[in-house]
Ligand binder design. Structure first.
Ligand code: SF4
Length: 255
C-alpha cells in the first residue's frame, strides 16, 4: 500500500504530460474514496467511511506555491499539476475552490502548464463538481468494467452507483474528457473477473462510442495490488485492446 504523505508530491515524469507535480486533496494518513477498487495502490478503502483530516485550500495553495518556487529555482518547472492523491479528489467538500486556487497559481507562476484531474466521475451529478471539472485543462475519468458485473468487481462502489449511472456521468462531458481504464484478469474475493475477454472488450468499445472521449489511456497493475488474485497484463495484451479502440476512430495509448 502506498499513501502520499503530503498535499503536494513528486514531480513524476509522465510520457504525455512531462514533469507533473501531484496534488493530494485527501488526507495524508489514510485513503478516502467512494470506490473500493481491489487493485488500488492506496490499499483497500477503510471500512466505516470517515475521511480523516483534509487539507484546506489555503494549506494546499501555500504548499504548492513553495514547491513551484523550489522547482523553478532548480531549473525544473513542472509542466503539469495533477490532482489525484490518496483517493477521489472530488470528494473534497471544497473541490471547486481547490480547482480555482490551483488554476490561479498556474496562471500566475506556471503559464503554459496543464491542470489535470484524475477522478472516478461518481460526483459529476453535483453541478459544482461538474463545472469545476470543466474548468481544468484535462479530465481523466475512470471506466474499468463495461458490464455491471465487471464494474462491481473492479470498482466496488460504496453506496448506490451503477454502471449506467457512471456512463450517464461520463456522457455529460460531450466528449471533452479522457477515459482511463485498468485492464486485468484474475479473481476478486474468489470471483473470476477479466475485462479483456471478447465480450467485455466489445461492450467497452460500444460504451466508448457513446462517450466519445478525446482519447483513452489503457494500463495494467503497476505496484502490488491489495487483491493478490489480480494479474498485471503484458504490453501485448494492452495493445490488443488499444487496437480495437482505435478501429472505431478513438485514439488509445498504453502505459
Ligand atoms: S477510484 Fe482510484 S482511489 Fe478510489 S479505490 Fe479506485 S483506484 Fe483507488
Amino acid at each position: 500500500m502506498h499513501l502520499w504523505r503530503s498535499s503536494v508530491y513528486g514531480p513524476v515524469r509522465s510520457r504525455r504530460l512531462g514533469l507533473s507535480l501531484g496534488l493530494n486533496l485527501l488526507p495524508a494518513d489514510r485513503k478516502f474514496c467512494n470506490y473500493d477498487c481491489p487493485y488500488c495502490e492506496c490499499g483497500l478503502t477503510p471500512p466505516g467511511g470517515g475521511r480523516g483530516r483534509l487539507p484546506t485550500v489555503e494549506e494546499l495553495s501555500t504548499e504548492l506555491q513553495g514547491r513551484i518556487a523550489q522547482l523553478k529555482a532548480a531549473g525544473t518547472p513542472p509542466q503539469a499539476l495533477t490532482m489525484a492523491g490518496n483517493g477521489e479528489p472530488t470528494l473534497h467538500p471544497q473541490f471547486p475552490q481547490m480547482v480555482d486556487a490551483v488554476c490561479a497559481l498556474r496562471h500566475q507562476l506556471l503559464p503554459g502548464a496543464k491542470v489535470v484531474v484524475l477522478s472516478n466521475a461518481t460526483r459529476v451529478d453535483k453541478p459544482e463538481v461538474f463545472q469545476a471539472l470543466l474548468r481544468v485543462d484535462e479530465r481523466q475519468l475512470k471506466l474499468d468494467g463495461a458490464t455491471e458485473r465487471s464494474f462491481r468487481l473492479l470498482n466496488a462502489p460504496l453506496g448506490k452507483f451503477s454502471l449506467g449511472d457512471l456512463v450517464r456521468c461520463l456522457r455529460r462531458f460531450a466528449g471533452d474528457l479522457v477515459i482511463q481504464t485498468l485492464l486485468t484478469r484474475g479473481t476478486v474475493r474468489g470471483e473470476p473477473v477479466d475485462n479483456t475477454t471478447a465480450d467485455e472488450v466489445a461492450a467497452y468499445v460500444a460504451l466508448l462510442q457513446e462517450i466519445k472521449p478525446r482519447w483513452v489511456a489503457l494500463y495494467s497493475l503497476d505496484r502490488e495490488s491489495p487483491e493478490p488474485g489480480l494479474q498485471k497484463l503484458p504490453e501485448s495484451e494492452l495493445e490488443r485492446v488499444a487496437a480495437q479502440v482505435r478501429r472505431v476512430g478513438i485514439p488509445a495509448e498504453t502505459y
